[in-house]
Design a protein around this ligand. Structure first.
Ligand code: VGL
Ligand code: ZN
Length: 205
């Protein structure tokens, strides 16, 4: 079974949002077209409590996009974003939701960030997503959404580590940093992942 994993397609990551990804809204029509081609569609939602330690505002004197360390892990300090229950944390209005069978919320622990839909950044707490996918007989995971160089990348890496054949839908994602996206793609390929274009799903040869 093939699963489509739609990462963090939330208002705060869209143009005008608190942590906007340039051109992020461009992936929505494509992801809507892709959904019917999968056996299972799952979405993730970045879902932070107020005062989350990934927020620059939680660290007096620090600015958004500063680099720091959090419990021994490198941490980019972000603008406040995806606060639980706020409009910015909601899935994009234009995203078709009828086929989404499960929504995994992550980033809920106040002290640690969670880019991947599978685990927090310290790999301490699992979201249960891998077991859910296995329970649905999924063997291949296709990853799309935002942002390519953070949550999409780390979700794809964890999918690989969990033993799924893993495909990054390269035209159904956008990055915070172009350079970060290039590094992410290279790392994924090195770990055994695959890069594909949506056309391979929509118009198989
Ligand atoms: C994300 C930074 C902080 C993402 C989430 O969805 O890629 N990036 N939180
Ligand atoms: Zn976040």
């Amino acid at each position: 079974m093939r699963a489509l994993l739609i990462i963090d397609l939330q208002n705060d990551f869209l143009p005008g949002g608190a942590l906007a990804v340039a051109d992020g809204d461009a992936v929505i029509p494509l992801i809507n077209q892709l959904q019917p081609h999968f056996d299972l569609v799952v979405a993730t939602q970045d879902w932070h409590p107020a005062g989350h330690q990934s927020f620059a505002s939680s660290h007096p004197g620090r600015q958004p996009f500063d680099l720091t360390e959090l419990h021994g892990l490198p941490q980019v300090l972000w603008p406040d974003h995806c606060r639980q229950g706020t409009p910015g944390a909601e899935l994009a209005d234009a995203l078709a939701q009828d086929r989404i069978e499960a929504i995994v919320r992550k980033g809920t622990s106040p002290e640690i960030d969670s880019y991947s839909g599978f685990h927090d950044n310290g790999h301490q707490k699992s979201t249960g997503l891998a077991d859910y996918l296995r329970g649905r007989q999924v063997t291949a995971v296709y990853v799309a959404g935002l942002a390519a160089d953070y949550c999409v990348f780390f979700s794809a890496l964890d999918a690989l580590r969990e033993g799924f054949a893993t495909f990054l839908l390269a035209d159904a994602t956008r990055a915070i940093s172009a350079e970060g996206f290039e590094k992410a793609k290279a790392a994924l390929i090195e770990q055994g992942g695959h890069l594909i274009q949506s056309s391979a799903i929509l118009r198989p040869a």
